[in-house]
Ligand binder design. Structure first.
Ligand code: PLP
Length: 399
């Protein structure tokens, strides 16, 4: 029989969301009259904005006419979208990124999962804990050594620098699941460290559009010299409700270099281009047209309205959770609120208690890593009415 990749056997069972769904299903069967509010969802609930929908329709028409039909596009994305990204997401913040440093894809998850292809399997990956599980699992699949960087009450959820040598550093800010951020000064510590030790930072800023505070960088390239040590991953999923559309992008500056086993300097931009042109055939034309439309004046207003809607929900979560006497973080620059479970309760025990008493479902923090034990995550991605109702119920929680 064919030999399989043994590393898959080293993956932790991925049961978090299926276990949450199973528990809700059982609860619902036993309590058919209960109306369960899912504050566990990590998906957007608001529809695509009209500007994107109109662009989709126009792109469908383009595909039906010989003069405007497009077949295979550039693997790294159409220039019409890459130019808008450079102008709106970077130049507008004083950052000079050229279109050939931008790689458009079918979403940040694929890029975050695939980026390991261009690095040696011998690299050690530093990953914060708790964390978006894709970083850990994809490195386990490759057989890389992983060093966890605990984010705890003691360090205020700000990871400390690794105490052993690492090569790849995964940072996600604003953070999923904790909703916390790094200030410019805190992020600069990582950029300085990466440059000093020759590591590469893989900076996931999928939630950048939720930043409301001044001192929080939207892009790692706001830190000087980050272009020499960081790759940035962005997504249209939460910014523009593209979870079902699939579009994101990765920025790899030309200044970012690696070294091969012969000691030759290698451009990471060049390696990723080679990887993408070999294994990826580009995000679809209509989807890239829809993404382009969010950079029009009406598109910008419409996506801002949705992000503000979720941020308003997040503010209601903060208010409600605080009023219930629970400790929490996040919800200011992120759609997630990270709630400390009451004294003595594990993540799953608090999940069960919340579901039983308030019929509100959350996500147990331990599912995001060992340091997530003792927390649960609530999301702002529900409707305003459901969020308000959930908080009203939680205000009556008895512990
Ligand atoms: N990065 C983080 C931190 C996320 O939470 C998610 C989705 O939940 C993604 C990336 C994936 O984004 P995309 O939908 O573009 O694949």
């Amino acid at each position: 029989m064919i030999k399989v990749n043994d590393n898959f056997g080293r993956l932790a069972p991925n049961y978090l969301f299926s276990e949450v769904a199973r528990k809700i299903r059982i609860f619902q069967q036993e309590n058919p009259e209960a109306h369960v509010i899912k504050m566990s969802i990590g998906d957007v609930t608001r529809p695509l904005c009209p500007a994107a929908v109109e662009a989709l329709h126009r792109a469908a028409d383009d595909q039906g006419l010989a003069e405007t039909f497009r077949g295979y596009g550039p693997e790294q994305g159409y220039p019409f979208l890459a130019e808008k990204i450079c102008q709106f997401d970077y130049a507008a913040r004083g950052i000079d990124i050229s279109p050939d440093e931008v790689f458009i894809s079918d979403g940040a998850k694929s890029d975050l999962g695939n980026i390991g292809d261009i690095f040696s399997a011998d690299c050690t990956a530093a990953i914060t804990d708790p964390v978006y599980p894709v970083y850990v699992d994809t490195n386990v699949m490759t057989g890389r050594k992983i060093v966890f960087l605990p984010c705890t009450e003691a360090n205020g959820m700000v990871p400390g620098l690794p105490t052993e040598p690492v090569d790849l550093i995964y940072l996600c800010y604003p953070n999923n699941p904790t909703g916390t951020t790094l200030t410019r000064a805190q992020l600069k510590v990582w950029v300085d460290y990466a440059r000093k030790v020759g590591a590469v930072i893989l900076f996931d800023s999928a939630y950048e559009c939720f930043i409301t505070e001044e001192d929080i960088p939207h892009s790692i390239y706001e830190i000087e010299e980050a272009k020499e040590c960081a790759i940035e991953f962005r997504s249209f999923s939460k910014t523009a409700g593209f979870t079902g559309m699939r579009c994101g992008y990765t920025v790899i500056p030309h200044a970012l270099k690696g070294v091969d086993s012969m000691g030759n300097e290698v451009s990471l931009n060049g390696l990723w281009r080679r990887r993408q042109t070999t294994k990826f055939n580009g995000a679809s034309y209509p989807i890239q047209r829809a993404a382009e439309a969010i950079y029009t004046p009406s598109g910008q207003t419409q996506i801002r309205e949705s992000v503000d809607y979720y941020l308003h929900n997040a503010a209601i979560l903060r208010q409600g959770i605080g009023a219930a006497g629970l400790n929490f973080r996040g919800g200011i620059n992120a759609p997630y609120v990270w709630v400390k479970t009451p004294e003595g309760l594990s993540s799953w025990e608090f999940f069960d208690l919340l579901l039983a008493q308030t019929h509100v479902a959350c996500t147990p923090g331990v599912g995001f890593g060992l340091c997530g034990e003792g927390y649960v995550r609530l999301t702002a991605f529900n409707t305003l009415a459901a969020t308000e109702m959930a908080m009203d119920r939680i205000s009556k929680l008895t512990l």
